[in-house]
Design a protein around this ligand. Structure first.
Ligand SMILES: Cc1cc2nc3c(=O)[nH]c(=O)nc-3n(C[C@H](O)[C@H](O)[C@H](O)COP(=O)(O)OP(=O)(O)OC[C@H]3O[C@@H](n4cnc5c(N)ncnc54)[C@H](O)[C@@H]3O)c2cc1C
Length: 433
């Protein structure tokens, strides 16, 4: 077995990620008395995806999510925090977070496992196309060895044969400005993204060239929790995801008022944020903010700002202080009553913290985050041919390079389980196990 990677370091978006991991029927749910099932998780995914999701793929992810989580925790030894997160669009808390709030620990554990098993990872080796036999079966890949990303003409062409099959796992294409513009001309170079520089489309394009079926290529996801005060994903996004949106409110600084259910799916939230020229900000109280382990780093970088009083915050951010005070008072009252009549945000099962001083603020700006689309696979991770709707022999795929699982909108914490569920299926099937 051989893994190739075009960059100097392995990991891609997976290593950058927050490592949030949704698992239906997770052990902590039972301990907290939360009722869940793969069917409920699938229902949540369909609802967010506007029903465009491919049902058999959704079911495979939802049913496999717990096994994928247990594999990471028990076989790879990844340490997760001992509380569950209620992610936007999920009907119950079902999301684990690595103890250090970063997906890099999952990646590191996988690299250690590869070393133990003697699986080589050949870095700076870029896949340029597939090698097929006379019958069209994929029997290897043409690569550029000693490639220096993104330098055209660097390195030299080599051919690598595959004894049993090839698994394509080249990720999404949020960094590929030309390719993304073809599918959505609004996504020009000015739009920031959270993705690693190597998130480009050539792996996907190689599959399309040999007849793979494209799915939902023009559906992209904007992340509704990124900061305008730092580049890309930054350090504050996990603060906003884990404590800000759970215990705070999003307001429009132009009005001082809330404008959306802070725990809606990402599509609804980001659409509301860009609609009507809003100036979105997130405000959370001191007790909740202190729960985030990397708060000091966020404050130091200025991505999270702290204020002793509401007047100080309102003055600094040019917000109508009376309107803001009324918003927070109303929200705190909703918390006491357990019902958000304004936006229907779930205030239910888990502990909630009132928004009280010191106030913590993040100035938000949605950024391009995820490619919902990709190539079509079946539930065996086999890549399907466009004309015949049959598997292309010898080719499997998994992860963000594939499409159809999430439809119009991916729920938070579902990409990593999807990668692991289909990655393991692809590996097993490619090896003929
Ligand atoms: C900042 C950030 C945070 C996120 N947080 C979460 C989260 O908390 N939970 C969650 O579920 N999802 C999260 N996601 C989404 C999730 O991390 C990704 O969808 C997932 O990691 C994609 O995994 P992948 O293996 O498909 O692609 P990647 O992890 O991106 O790996 C693809 C690899 O292929 C390499 N490659 C590309 N083209 C070639 C080529 N031609 N030849 C050789 N190598 C190539 C790339 O360099 C890269 O290393 C996050 C995404 C980002 C960007």
């Amino acid at each position: 077995m051989l893994v190739i990677e075009k960059m100097k370091l392995p990991g891609g978006n997976s290593a950058l990620s927050g490592g949030l991991f949704a698992a239906a029927n997770a052990p902590l749910q039972a301990a907290d008395g939360i009722e869940d099932s793969p069917a409920l998780m699938a229902e949540d995914m369909f609802k967010a995806g506007h029903g465009l999701n491919h049902p058999e793929l959704v079911r495979t992810v939802a049913e496999g999510s717990l096994g994928a989580f247990l594999w990471c925790r028990d076989d790879l030894g990844v340490v997760f925090a001992d509380s569950l997160h209620h992610g936007g669009g999920h009907s119950v808390p079902r999301i684990y977070s690595p103890a250090n709030c970063s997906g890099s620990v999952i990646l590191q554990a996988m690299l250690v496992k590869c070393r133990e098993l003697g699986i080589p990872i050949r870095l700076q080796t870029a896949m340029k196309g597939f090698i097929q036999d006379a019958g069209g079966a994929v029997v290897g890949a043409e690569v550029i060895a000693d490639y220096i990303f993104p330098r055209e003409g660097s390195g030299s062409v080599r051919r690598i044969g595959a004894a049993r099959g090839v698994v394509l796992a080249t990720g999404g294409y949020c960094q590929d400005v030309e390719f993304r513009k073809v599918h959505d001309p609004g996504l020009g170079a000015a739009l920031e993204t959270t993705n690693h520089p190597g998130a480009t489309a050539e792996g996907l394009v190689s599959a399309l060239r040999i007849g793979a079926t494209p799915v939902h290529l023009s559906w992209f996801q904007m992340g509704p929790w990124t900061s305008r005060d730092e580049e890309g994903w930054g350090v504050s996004t996990m603060f906003s995801v884990l404590v800000g949106l759970r215990h705070g409110v999003m307001i429009d600084a132009c009005t001082g008022r809330r404008f959306v259910n802070e725990l809606a799916d990402r599509l609804s939230r980001s659409q509301e944020m860009v609609a009507a020229g809003r100036d979105p900000m997130l405000i959370v109280g001191g007790v909740a903010a202190r729960q985030y382990p990397n708060l000091a780093q966020c404050l130091k970088r200025g991505a999270v700002k702290r204020y002793g009083t509401l007047e100080e915050l309102a003055r600094d951010q040019a917000i109508d202080s009376a309107a803001l005070a009324a918003t927070l008072e109303h929200y705190n009252r909703s918390l006491d009553e357990g019902v958000d009549e304004e936006f229907g945000r779930p205030l239910g099962t888990q502990e909630r913290y009132r928004i009280e001083p010191p106030y913590h603020l993040v100035r938000l700006r949605p950024k391009l985050h995820y490619c919902n689309g990709g190539i079509q696979i079946d539930s065996g991770a086999r890549v399907l041919d466009l004309g015949r709707h049959r598997p292309i022999p010898g080719l499997h795929a998994a992860g963000e390079v594939t499409g159809g699982v999430h439809g119009a909108c991916r729920l938070g914490g579902v990409a990593i389980p999807e990668c692991i569920v289909f990655g393991r299926i692809a590996g097993r099937n490619a090896a003929g196990l």
